[in-house]
Design a protein around this ligand. Sequence first.
Ligand SMILES: [Mg+2]
Length: 137
Amino acid sequence: MVEQPRVHVLVADDEPHIGRIIKMKLEQGPFTVTLAYDGREALELMESDPTIALVLLDVMMPYMTGLDVLARLRADDRWRHVPAIVLTAAGQEQQHKQAIELGANEFLTKPFSPKKLYARAAELTGVPTEGTGVPER
Ligand SMILES: [Mg+2]
């Protein structure tokens, strides 16, 4: 079997269980997930690790919101083209519009389907979405 290179993903959410669920799901496939728990930590991790190829950002986080982090990424040539998925609680239509305007590639409302999240992460990073042996759930 050919070893597929792993795609490095940064997941920033201040609720640790959300990060854990996403990490568990994505690491069933060819992803390696690093977790951050606030917006400032997310930016620090981007600074220190140029291999991050996908970012998942919760909107409501301490120090900097996910939208603030996204704005910073899109204003910087190092990160302008790194795909970003924004996550938020239900009933935040205004955030959805802002996220898309700021350059988010996808917007998911909690509770989201881990399977759908995996599929979008795979599409955005060019990883096969089928035939990877990822269990259905
Ligand atoms: Mg939050």
